[in-house]
Ligand binder design. Structure first.
Ligand SMILES: Nc1nc2c(c(=O)[nH]1)N[C@H]1C(S)=C(S)[C@@H](COP(=O)(O)OP(=O)(O)OC[C@H]3O[C@@H](n4cnc5c(=O)[nH]c(N)nc54)[C@H](O)[C@@H]3O)O[C@H]1N2
Ligand SMILES: Nc1nc2c(c(=O)[nH]1)N[C@H]1C(S)=C(S)[C@@H](COP(=O)(O)OP(=O)(O)OC[C@H]3O[C@@H](n4cnc5c(=O)[nH]c(N)nc54)[C@H](O)[C@@H]3O)O[C@H]1N2
Ligand code: SF4
Ligand SMILES: [Mo]
Length: 733
């Protein structure tokens, strides 16, 4: 029955809200509610471009009413990981949590309390910061460092451009004549709400679209004229060879480089081999990347000569062992071709959320409050030098398990006793799940804020039940698009669930913290919204969205390019730093002053490749958002969780499409279905991450969780290396 013209069952109302799911799409949801129950979910059907929700958002009803939803506070009664819990009251759960944290703080010191907090939903209030502030006011804690998604992208952008607000809005894509989707797959891994819409428009307008990716992705299948498969972790080599072609053919934009950049001469010397005797020729790159030299030459020529051109670099190639070099090399090419700061161009830098460049978007009030409640554990330490600045002592997020297991004996600054986990499926989403499971078993106290009995939650002593975004108020924003979304409470929280910020506020009371919050939720949100340009808050809440008034697409660095004198780049030199003195000064091996290629450990030339000959990538799956939605039946029907393996690699291992196979290395073994296909290049396999780790007691993860196989090594700059790992695949016995 249509709902639009009042044709809806009696007593049913439609509430507009913005989907705040972790994919970052921020689409409009029109939620039908009858008698306090969600009956169905539709999406935007208004004017184009619509903020049209995907199947995950439209299936959110199943997430809210899922049978495995955690509705009450729980206390563990079985062993850690066993999943046996009993219901307790909020009073008991909060008292126990506050009591245990106090005990650890008073007996072992606040540094023994670790916080593992992630995104949950892309929201302003119920997001990062709430617990950080709480624990800071409590006496401090150990914070992790490292951004799971785009650490390399952010760091490279900060060093080279002085900011990570580097992207044009997506509505600028149709102005491009050439779009290079480099490890960028917005048709699967949502990258802003209307990205594919604008890619389609660009294609209709005649743009040539090329995809550089080990996989023939849905983005490639839908939009690309050409697919260039490349070995994971070798992108820098191909980018350098493209620079070589441009330099040798004098195709680069020297005037642009002279005016807006520093250090191109040193980069050129490295590229042509003056400084190290190795010219970075297309043949040199072919041997490393697997991309034919002629293909590299053609792409370099096209990128240099077709104007304007957008090098849309994804962040996945940055999640590799030397990921920051890839981002720096890509930015350098964008400068060499003069595509920075113009319509239809792109600065070649990317950090998933930072495409909001230049737009006000509502930051978490708690985060801004953190500066007013600094972490006492970190107070005595100086800020780290360089643009990625934080205070020690911290532990890289991928090493929390190692730190928990080894403590001071392993050179860490404390022995860790308690872990607070919030909006995070730590065991599933972080590298080396088997080791994380071991670490979680060893702790004295683990509290988890959850909506579901995830593998991580099974290791909790106390589980605090969290309301979904359909059961609470908040603000959200679209990646790469100029609007702010109202997250409206559509129904009352189920059971005894509470929004995360409420849980933090109630914990504060039990922990003896005063002044944690001094405003109502509504006050906080209205203030944030109006401070970000929403002039009619009531109307905004009703419509669910506030579109910022933009007459033309936003172009990052337009001001710098139009008038550099008045608007220098926010770098030390005021220019784009192809040569970075900041990195030279840090003296960290791998963070070189100019972009350089380094061969990754766990790459095809590693001796380990004799034992584990296949390179693993771990993509973001269309039907999940990270590990969320994994338990939703409607979505499970849409897509198998399977390892993509090339027909040739499968054939020599006797594997047929649909077979159960074992993917393994020294870190672990998973059972998973095989997807035998030409859509992935030989030598590479893809296990999409997010399956709920489920070890069988004999060392085999039956769920096929990618992080059972990934490495806790991080790149020189601190990027996670989810896409650098070697594995072997065999038929499951
Ligand atoms: N549906 C859906 N959308 C999402 C998410 C989700 O889980 N599901 N997650 C959201 C989040 S939090 C984030 S951070 C973003 C992540 O977005 P991305 O990081 O862009 O997503 P990925 O799928 O990891 O990678 C994109 C492509 O890079 C390729 N790739 C991997 N390694 C390499 C490499 O070394 N070189 C090259 N050239 N290509 C490589 C993969 O094959 C893949 O096709 O997506 C967001 N959107
Ligand atoms: N191998 C591999 N691993 C990866 C990646 C990869 O590319 N490869 N990508 C990484 C990236 S980019 C990211 S961002 C991280 C994400 O890592 P996580 O943020 O840990 O991943 P999520 O699956 O979103 O887990 C959030 C959990 O919090 C719970 N939760 C608690 N409170 C809330 C709430 O208020 N709202 C919601 N919606 N959920 C809540 C959810 O039920 C869910 O279990 O994973 C990283 N892991
Ligand atoms: S694309 Fe993301 S934000 Fe949009 S409806 Fe789907 S899950 Fe929600
Ligand atoms: Mo992410």
């Amino acid at each position: 029955m249509s709902d639009g013209k009042g044709l809806r069952p009696k007593g049913e109302k439609i509430v507009h809200t913005m989907c705040a799911s972790h994919c970052g799409g921020a689409c409009l949801l029109r939620v039908h509610v009858k008698d306090g129950v969600i009956t169905r979910i539709e999406t935007d059907d208004g004017r184009e471009p619509q903020l049209r929700g995907c199947l995950r958002g439209r299936a959110y009803r199943q997430r809210v009413y899922a049978p495995d939803r955690i509705l009450y506070p729980l206390r563990r009664v079985g062993n850690r990981g066993e999943g046996k819990f009993e219901r307790i009251s909020w009073d008991e759960a909060l008292d126990r949590t506050a009591g245990e944290l106090k005990r650890v703080r008073d007996t072992c010191g606040p540094a023994s309390i670790m916080l593992a907090q992630m995104t949950g939903d892309v929201c302003t209030l119920n997001n990062f910061g709430g617990l950080e502030r709480l624990l800071n006011m409590f006496g401090g804690h150990t914070s992790p460092w490292g951004i799971t998604s785009f650490h390399a992208g952010v760091y490279a952008s900060l060093v080279t451009y002085g900011t990570y607000f580097c992207s044009n809005t997506r509505d600028d894509l149709p102005n491009s004549k050439l779009i290079i989707m480099w490890g960028w797959n917005p048709a699967d891994a949502v990258n802003g709400p209307n990205t594919c819409w604008y890619l389609a428009k660009a294609r209709e307008a005649g743009a040539r679209i090329v995809c550089v990716d080990p996989r023939f992705t849905d983005s490639a299948a839908t939009f690309a004229n050409q697919w260039i498969p490349i070995r994971p972790g070798t992108d820098t080599a191909m980018l350098l060879a493209m620079a070589y072609v441009m330099v040798k053919g004098k195709l680069h934009n020297q005037a642009f480089l002279d005016k807006y950049t520093i250090g191109f001469d040193k980069f050129r010397d490295y590229v042509v081999g003056v400084s190290d005797g190795v010219p970075k020729t297309p043949h040199w790159a072919e041997a490393i990347t697997g991309v034919p030299a002629a293909t590299i030459v053609h792409l370099a020529q096209d990128y240099a000569m077709v104007k304007p051109a957008a090098l849309m670099t994804g962040i996945a190639p940055g999640r590799t062992a030397n990921g920051e070099q890839y981002h720096r090399a890509a930015i350098t090419l964008a400068a060499m071709t003069g595509n920075v700061g113009i319509h239809g161009g792109d600065a070649g830098a990317r950090a998933w959320e930072s495409v909001m460049g230049g737009f006000p978007y509502p930051t978490n009030p708690m985060v801004s409050a953190i500066d007013r409640a600094p972490n006492p554990v970190e107070k005595a330490y100086p800020r780290k030098p360089g643009p990625f600045s934080y205070r020690e002592p911290r532990v890289h997020f991928s090493r929390l398990a190692d730190a928990i297991l080894k403590g001071k004996a392993g050179g860490y600054h404390a022995d860790f006793k308690a872990l607070v986990i919030a909006q995070c499926n730590y065991l599933v989403q972080f590298p080396n799940s088997n080791k994380i499971a071991e670490a979680l078993k060893s702790l004295e106290f683990v509290v988890v804020e959850e909506q579901f009995m995830t593998p991580t939650a099974k290791y909790a002593d106390i589980i605090l039940p969290v309301a979904t975004f359909l059961e609470r108020n908040d603000l959200t924003y679209g990646v790469g698009s100029a609007y702010i979304g109202a997250v409206n409470k559509v129904i009352e929280p189920r059971g005894e669930c509470k929004p995360p910020w409420r849980i933090a506020a109630e914990l504060a009371k039990r922990m003896g913290i005063e002044g944690y919050v001094d405003k109502s939720e509504e006050q906080i949100l209205e203030e944030r919204a109006t401070a970000n340009g929403v002039y009619d808050y009531r109307r905004f809440k009703k419509k669910g969205v506030y579109r910022l008034n933009m007459l033309i697409p936003y172009v990052a660095f337009r001001k710098q390019i139009e008038d550099l004198e008045k608007n220098p780049f926010p770098t030390p030199s005021g220019k784009i730093e192809i040569y970075s003195q900041q990195w030279a000064d840090l003296g960290i091996p791998g963070l070189t002053a100019i972009p350089q290629y380094f061969e990754n450990k766990e790459g095809p030339n590693d001796p380990l490749a004799r034992k584990y000959p296949l390179q693993l990538v771990t993509s973001h799956l269309k039907r999940r958002a990270l590990s969320q939605f994994e338990n939703i039946p409607w979505l499970k029907e849409l897509q198998h969780h399977a390892v993509m393996i090339n027909t040739h690699d499968a054939h020599i291992r006797g594997i047929k499409d649909g077979d159960m196979v074992r993917v393994f290395n020294d870190r672990g073994t998973i059972d998973i279905r095989a997807w035998v296909t030409e859509r992935i290049m030989p030598g590479v396999v893809d296990v999409p991450h997010g399956a709920w780790y489920s070890p069988d007691g004999r060392g085999v993860d039956r769920a096929g969780c990618a992080n059972t196989l990934t490495s806790e090594e991080y790149s020189p700059g601190g990027s996670f290396t989810y896409n650098t790992a070697l594995v072997e695949v065999a038929k499951a016995s």
